[in-house]
Design a binder for this molecule. Structure first.
Ligand SMILES: [Zn+2]
Length: 342
């Protein structure tokens, strides 16, 4: 077998696609909260509609290039909230990638900022956009904001997409969220959750990001929740993320097998069932967990989404990839200049 359904990235931040090569932060972060403060919370403040659009275009193109046909995105752009989810959804539609959007609500910019974030989720979902209600994390939200997000999600019959226990700053998240969470929620990271944390929902494991932020290994095999895999914004190469998930699991437990990590990848199809009917033909046969765990360089030859071939022989059939890369590079320059001036 050298075909699979379309792969699913269960947690992405398409807005971070242009972060690579950004100027170094004013101070070298020494812990996770400082990484947020010095890097991501400065980056998200600098986002504007053009940067959001070309980040999403390039991120979607790179998803296709890796056989990922469905992306569950979590977005934050505090200076450019209104309409941001539609910019991302439109960019993905242009490239041909399926997307589920959420705006990450937070009280970091006051309760007015949180209200605008909730309104953006509500607007997008009310207009028929495919998505969830996003929340940044419990530790940057009041109980009122968490309750409002949970209520909004119930009203739209979707889940809440929220970072939980990524760093130690979020230590009381489970206690605060347990009364609100449903099976439709997506619990991102869970590194610092107790084994029996009591939260309903799917836990999304992002091994590369957790290593990059030095927050520790989530040991997702200990949870009874369904487990899925995401990249947390570092591309959308899900075969690579699977391979890394296995390596981390094996480092922690010598009896671990790649079949478990493959099940985590496959759980993406429960979150984004449309991708099951997509078809990716790979340059490797067989696409089997034990083979892939030890085989680098496995690439898609052809990607079919719905009934349309959107990727063939290393090229997009719908968009001009060179043009997207050039426009994205222009916007990356703008973004990096803005960051240097902040
Ligand atoms: Zn994230």
């Amino acid at each position: 077998m050298n075909t699979t359904p379309g792969l699913v990235c269960a947690h992405h931040h398409l807005y971070s696609t242009l972060a690579r090569g950004m100027p170094a932060p004013p101070h070298t972060p020494t812990k996770f909260l400082e990484i947020l403060e010095q890097i991501w919370w400065r980056l998200d403040l600098a986002l504007d509609p053009e940067i959001i659009r070309w980040s999403a275009m390039l991120g979607a193109l790179e998803a296709l290039e890796n056989g990922t046909t469905a992306v569950i995105d979590h977005h934050e752009s505090p200076q450019s909230i209104e309409g941001s989810l539609s910019i991302i959804a439109d960019a993905c539609a242009e490239v041909g990638v399926r997307v589920n959007c959420a705006y990450g609500v937070t009280d970091r910019h006051g309760s007015e900022g949180a209200a605008r974030g909730l309104a953006e989720n509500d607007r997008y979902l009310s207009e028929g956009g495919k998505g969830m209600v996003g929340v940044h994390a419990a530790f940057t939200c009041s109980d009122e904001t968490l309750q409002a997000a949970a209520d909004l999600a119930l009203r739209h019959q979707v889940g809440v997409h929220i970072h939980v226990g990524e760093g130690t700053d979020d230590h009381d998240a489970a206690q605060r969220l347990a009364p609100l969470a449903t099976d439709q929620w997506m619990i991102i990271h869970g590194v610092h959750l107790e084994d029996d944390h009591g939260l309903a929902g799917t836990v999304v494991h992002n091994p590369r990001s957790n290593m990059n932020n030095s927050v520790g290994y989530a040991r997702p095999a200990r949870f009874t929740n369904p487990i899925a895999l995401g990249t947390d914004g570092i591309g959308a190469d899900m075969v690579e993320e699977f391979r890394l998930a296995f390596a981390c699991h094996r480092q922690d437990d010598v009896t671990a097998t790649p079949e478990t990590s493959w099940q985590w990848l496959a759980a993406g199809w429960d979150l984004f069932p449309e991708a099951i009917d997509d078809r990716v033909t790979w340059n490797y046969d067989p696409m089997d967990a034990w083979h892939l765990a030890y085989t680098p360089g496995v690439r898609p030859v052809e990607v079919e989404i719905g009934d349309e071939i959107v990727w063939q022989n290393g090229e997009s059939t719908r968009v001009d990839a060179a043009e997207i890369r050039a426009r994205a590079a222009e916007q990356a320059n703008r973004l990096h200049k803005k960051l240097a001036d902040l």
